[in-house]
Design a protein around this ligand. Structure first.
Ligand SMILES: Nc1nc2c(ncn2[C@@H]2O[C@H](COP(=O)(O)OP(=O)(O)OP(=O)(O)O)[C@@H](O)[C@H]2O)c(=O)[nH]1
Ligand SMILES: [Mg+2]
Length: 597
């Protein structure tokens, strides 16, 4: 295919600004999806995405567009807006030449608008700025268009406005693409170089890679080489996204599509690797930066026999979630499992749920933590990720924990509530300033641990959804850290242990004990629930026993029989108490993960 007729672009925006809905309209206008098959947010193909109303995975789709007699092939990639899935965005950027930058006309520029726009500019993409949701009565299309023009340094006339809901303006937007977004500039006759930007594991056909062909071309049946890993495969099937996989038999320079590689070992395939034809000598494409995990949690199979199943599932799952990292770990209480690294707690929650749904695994997850360092009295420096690795105070000179620079974008009315929320953390507010007369930026430095769990959600709720946050690492600072343990029926539950600043540990301990009491099913015996800091109990509650009425079916006053039954029950309870083991169901683990004030 002549590259002059190809346009590759993605849609980027802050979460919920309407990317997937705009993609729906583009799919309709270009007749890519049959009307009877159309549904809202069509490209959100995963059930989990539909249930939560958010995009988790990037999704490419190929469309045809006719401009008079000229026919164009357009490859669109819909991306997630939530910051925890930012690695999906950054990988998609390298596969395209242009970006539609969408801004909600009721919300204006928000944190991910800024950071995604900056990434697109760094990548040298042509940006078409678009205001969306202009159908809403509270839309401030004019103000926000001016704001966006000023932010990008482009004339106001350059800003398109659409309603992804009603379709208003979508046709005009589409018509701008051929003239504005540059076509790909690959070397058509050079040896094949295709960038792997995503992948997945097909249980029948092995590794399927999603590629952008940079140079050259590839046909079905050709032998492949993965440049970085050195692995070989065969192009068993080649095709494009409709968005389902549709075979075409070949892909040429500038095109986006998929290759079924025949590779069975998921570890040999990495996103960012370059595919070439076997025997060809090419230089690898730059590929991608490894994502840096910021939140860690360990996953253990509920049934220890499932460990090999979990290992296998994770290596396959990683193909579809390149941001996930994992290493084997051991726990006295929970057996063998994996310590996993995530880009945030939503990423962790989604991963847990996907592993359950897609691989049928029942898992126990520990509470999320950040990576801290301890400098020991003997001068040694050690990395601590799981709470059980935290060395005792007697051998520690100092602890260091990660800090972050945060920027919160809000409107002036919400500023007091935002400041109150920030002050609940250990943050130091560095600067508050107004930009574009309608937005306030609050800059602060804060321990990462204080914002990873649900800070963004709470920020949303104190600001009617207007305020948003971005952050970046700001190195490490000393912190007075302790380990908080929870004991259920006298036994430490490793999954509930956490590393916390000393002055917060007792409060958190009390809170967790109460929460556990609310969420743990009652047992046949009374269960003490305690929190301990360095072996000292700081909080205690008792979950009362479930009293099964064993005498209920006896009528009349046969006291001896009644007593006999009660005695029997007492003995049973004693036995249970001696065993003292409380099974903690998965739901309880999940309930404790959420703060849910
Ligand atoms: N009124 C109105 N609502 C819209 C419009 N575009 C999107 N929405 C609504 O906004 C919400 C979010 O839309 P999505 O398309 O899922 O947003 P998104 O940007 O893809 O969200 P993420 O992928 O999670 O970042 C949905 O409830 C849409 O129906 C619009 O033009 N007008
Ligand atoms: Mg979406």
């Amino acid at each position: 295919m002549d590259q002059k007729h190809i346009r590759n672009f993605l849609i980027i925006a802050h979460i919920d600004h309407g990317k997937s809905t705009l993609a729906d309209r583009l799919l309709e206008v270009t007749k890519t999806v049959e009307p009877r098959k159309m549904r809202e947010q069509f490209l959100d193909q995963m059930d989990l995405e539909r249930e939560r109303g958010i995009t988790i995975k990037m999704q490419p789709v190929r469309m045809k567009f006719f401009d008079g007699p000229k026919e164009y092939v357009m490859n669109l990639i819909d991306t997630p807006g939530h910051v925890d899935f930012g690695y999906e965005v950054s990988r998609s950027l390298a596969a395209v030449e242009g970006a539609i930058l969408l801004v909600d006309a009721t919300k204006g520029i928000q944190a991910q608008t800024v950071s995604n726009a900056e990434l697109a500019m760094l990548q040298g993409l042509h940006i078409i700025p678009v205001i969306n949701k202009i159908d809403l009565p509270q839309a401030r299309t004019e103000d926000i268009s001016n704001e966006l023009a000023a932010f990008l340094g482009v004339p106001r006339a350059f800003i398109a406005s659409v309603s992804a809901k009603t379709g208003e303006g979508v046709g005009q937007l589409l018509a701008r693409i051929p003239g504005e977004i540059p076509h790909p500039l690959g070397k058509e006759n050079a040896p094949l170089r295709a960038l792997i930007f995503d992948s997945r594991y097909d249980s029948y056909r092995g590794v399927v890679v999603y590629v952008r062909v940079i140079d050259g071309s590839i046909k079905k049946g050709e032998r492949l080489r993965f440049v970085a890993s050195g692995a070989h495969g065969d192009a068993l099937e080649i095709g494009v996204f409709h968005p389902e996989l549709v075979p075409t038999g070949s892909l040429g320079a500038g095109e986006i599509g998929y290759i079924v590689t025949g590779l069975k070992d998921p570890l040999l395939c990495r996103v960012g690797d370059t595919i070439t034809l076997s025997g060809g000598a090419v230089e690898a494409l730059p590929g991608y930066h490894e994502p840096q995990p910021v939140v860690f949690a360990s996953f253990f199979p509920q049934n220890a026999d499932d460990f090999p199943g979990l290992a296998d599932a994770l290596s396959k799952f990683k193909l579809n979630d390149a941001a996930l990292t994992f290493d084997v770990t051991n726990s006295d209480a929970l057996g063998r499992g994996f310590r996993c690294g995530f880009l945030g707690t939503l990423h962790m929650e989604i991963t847990l749920e996907r592993l359950r749904r897609e691989y049928g695994l029942a898992l126990v997850a520990t509470l999320p933590t950040v990576k801290v360092h301890a400098v020991l009295k003997n001068g040694k420096r050690i990395v601590v990720i799981t709470p059980k690795e935290l060395p005792g105070p007697e051998i520690v000179e100092a602890f260091y924990e990660p800090w972050a620079n945060i920027e919160i974008l809000s409107v002036p009315e919400d500023l007091p509530a935002v400041i109150r929320l920030v002050q609940e953390t250990r943050a130091q507010i560095d600067e508050i300033k107004t930009i574009a007369s309608t937005r306030v930026v609050l800059k602060a430095t804060v321990p990462l641990a204080d914002i990873i769990v649900d800070f963004a959600d709470r920020l949303k709720s104190v600001s009617r959804g207007y305020a948003s946050i971005t952050w970046e690492g700001a190195g490490e600072r000393p912190g007075d850290l302790v380990r908080l343990d929870l004991l259920v029926a006298g036994e430490e539950v490793e999954a509930f242990s956490r590393i916390l600043p000393r002055d917060r540990a007792e409060f958190e301990g009390r809170r967790m004990v109460e929460k556990l009491k609310e969420n743990l099913p009652r047992q046949l015996f009374a269960v003490p629930i305690q929190a301990a800091i360095g072996g000292r109990i700081v909080a205690r509650e008792t979950l009362s026993a479930l009293r099964k009425d064993v005498t209920g079916y006896l009528y009349g006053g046969d006291y001896t029989r009644k007593r006999k039954l009660l005695e029997k029950q007492k003995r049973g309870k004693k036995k249970l108490k001696a065993m003292g083991k409380v099974n903690i169901p998965q739901e309880t683990f999940l309930a404790l993960l959420k703060r849910g004030e």
